[in-house]
Design a protein around this ligand. Structure first.
Ligand SMILES: [Zn+2]
Length: 375
């Protein structure tokens, strides 16, 4: 993996990540295809709306369809017909979400399969093996997540275990793909910095901040980010896991984050919650019943602007989308998903352009102001 920083503006950076399946322009948003599918949108459509890299998940794909099936089809890229890079999460977070169904020891996590109750075991070594078999462009270290609130001593114990697992992940990762280390340490500054130091000593291609967005306040989240970001290696990509709203993305880019993933745009779309430059729009609201305008007049997504028919602008109206939501029609979720993902991907393109022109702060100010005005 190679990472080149093309431009900076303050702490924010525009860069290029060279991976096996292509080049990714940062800052980047990665749509989430946990089970090898981004809900409601297929791989070719994702390419069309400008997705450059997807996130998928070790844990879920290992359980179903299983490695043998994916291996037979030459890896996850071919299996899901996606020709660009893939980042795979290690499974640590998913095992953690099983809570009472899992038991952690020094070597890994024992748990019952949520699908059929089978006894299973996931370890750093096994997670690396699975991610290599999937053909991931960027693999993540196997880590332990913690809930919030948690005491300092328990968070410390967990962070140290994650560091030992990071070492095991590194040592057993026999692949030319990239491997990112994941910072833990909950909301404790000292633990976060120790986690970072430990990961740097091991050495990774990129560094992710994990364990945020687990129930803490926004203030806590940004306090941790402000503490960690200036100390993170400048020459490697920095990835903030599982965050967040458009505002979170902008505020994190200000601090120097390069990569994001979040289920929010696709999940909200399915519930009729749309993001626009002028604030958020809840499609199920009665006031859109007879609203013949597109979701956003300025949006060029396949829902607001499916094709160019000369003078006449073609689009799916708020009224039609409201109707589809009301009757729970699958098409409503599909059209909304395209819009929301396009909105996030386009936001990252605009951020990148603004950084290159050294106008990021101005762009951010205007963007936030417009969003606060409301649809
Ligand atoms: Zn749109």
């Amino acid at each position: 993996m190679k990472f080149i920083i093309e431009a900076t503006d303050g702490e924010s950076r525009a860069g290029l990540v060279y991976l096996k399946f292509g080049i990714v322009e940062t800052p980047i948003f990665m749509p989430v295809g946990t089970h090898g599918a981004v809900k409601g949108i297929d791989s070719l459509e994702l390419e069309k709306i400008g997705a450059q890299i997807l996130l998928s998940n070790t844990f879920h794909l290992w359980l179903r369809p299983g490695l043998a099936t994916i291996h037979q089809l030459n890896g996850l890229h071919t299996f899901m017909n996606w020709r660009r890079p893939i980042l795979t999460d290690s499974g640590g977070f998913q095992v953690w979400s099983l809570k009472d169904l899992s038991q952690v020891d020094e070597d890994g996590v024992h748990f019952r399969s949520p699908i059929n109750g089978d006894r299973l075991f996931l370890s750093p070594e096994k997670s690396m093996k699975i991610q290599i078999a999937l053909g991931s462009d960027i693999a993540m270290t196997f880590d332990e997540c913690t809930s919030w609130p948690i005491s300092h001593s328990l968070a410390e114990k967990s962070m140290e275990l994650s560091l030992r697992w990071a070492r095991k992940s590194r040592d057993s990762f026999e692949s030319d793909s990239a491997l990112f280390g994941i910072l833990q340490g909950s909301m404790y500054d000292d633990l976060r910095l120790r986690s970072l130091e430990g990961l740097e000593n091991i050495g990774f291609d990129g560094y992710a901040i994990g364990g945020l967005s687990v129930g803490e306040s926004k203030e806590d989240m940004f306090r941790i980010l402000r503490k960690c970001m200036p100390k993170m290696p400048k020459k490697s990509p920095r990835y903030l896991m599982g965050v967040g709203t458009p505002e979170d993305l902008l505020n994190s880019v200000t601090l120097g984050v390069d990569m994001f993933d979040c289920v929010m745009p696709a999940r909200n779309a399915r519930n009729g919650y749309l993001f626009t430059k002028f604030g958020d729009l809840k499609l199920r609201n009665r006031r859109f019943k007879d609203d013949n305008r597109p979701i956003d007049e300025t949006c060029l997504c396949p829902t607001c602007c499916p094709s160019n028919h000369g003078e006449k602008k073609i689009f799916y109206s708020r009224s039609y989308l409201h109707h589809l939501q009301k009757i729970n029609e699958m098409l409503g979720a599909i059209l909304a998903t395209k819009h929301n993902l396009w909105f996030y991907l386009n936001l990252m393109r605009e951020i990148r352009e603004a950084i290159k022109q050294k106008k990021f702060e101005e762009f951010k100010r205007n963007f936030l102001l417009n969003r606060s005005r409301g649809v």
